[in-house]
Design a protein around this ligand. Structure first.
Ligand code: MN
Length: 207
């Protein structure tokens, strides 16, 4: 199998009271696992199609691959974006970049919160590095794979699917987003920012 479920660097209960152990357990061991399995199955189906020369299901398989691989990548990033000792505000280069591209940390937080809360249906709020414009941008990612540009590199993601918060916050999304800011792992976001900015692949995008 190509894809596998990553282990978390903290226990399921470690993010309480912001995210409950029950949600973390279901979210990681059931939901994320299903994306991993779905992505592996899609690859298997595509390999079978090539072997048999029967591509009747290619559209469905490609959609499945995008959705499930998207889910696997999104959740893998999300887990590392969170930490029980997180919260506060960023430091160093990523803090300077947030100030440069959004005006202030408070303006960034307001923009990211509004983008996350405003998603119609299921999706993610995402802070990304855009290598073409050499800037930070905020995106609304629909479902697991839609509404973002190729080549943008995610640094911070917030899962706005109902499975991510409903058991704890029912329909009060605002409280979930507020709680999220208390557990953001800014060190991880900073590491991702440094890696994205210096990525050699990024410079190949449109040259
Ligand atoms: Mn999720």
């Amino acid at each position: 199998m190509t894809y596998s479920l990553p282990e978390l660097s903290y226990d399921y209960q470690a993010l309480e009271p912001h995210i409950s152990a029950r949600i973390m357990e279901l979210h990681h061991s059931k939901h994320h696992q299903a994306y991993v399995d779905g992505a592996n199955n899609a690859l298997k189906g595509l390999a079978e199609a090539r072997e048999t020369g029967v591509f009747a299901n290619v559209n469905r398989l490609e959609k499945d691959l995008a959705f499930h691989l998207g889910g696997h990548v999104n959740h893998s990033i999300f887990w590392t974006n969170l930490h029980p000792d997180g919260g506060g505000s960023p430091e160093g280069e990523v803090a300077a970049a947030i100030g440069e591209f959004f005006g202030s940390f408070e303006a960034f937080q307001a923009h990211f919160t509004a983008a996350s809360m405003g998603i119609q249906g299921s999706g993610w709020g995402v802070l990304s590095w855009d290598p073409v414009g050499a800037q930070l941008i905020i995106q609304q990612l629909f479902d697991q794979q839609g509404n973002t540009a190729q080549g943008t590199i995610p640094l911070l993601q917030l899962d706005m699917w109902e499975h991510a918060f409903y058991l704890d916050y029912v329909n009060v999304k605002a409280d979930y987003v507020k709680a999220f800011w208390n557990i953001v792992n800014w060190e991880n976001v900073g590491q991702r920012f440094e890696a994205a900015r210096t990525s050699a692949a990024a410079t190949l995008l449109i040259s």
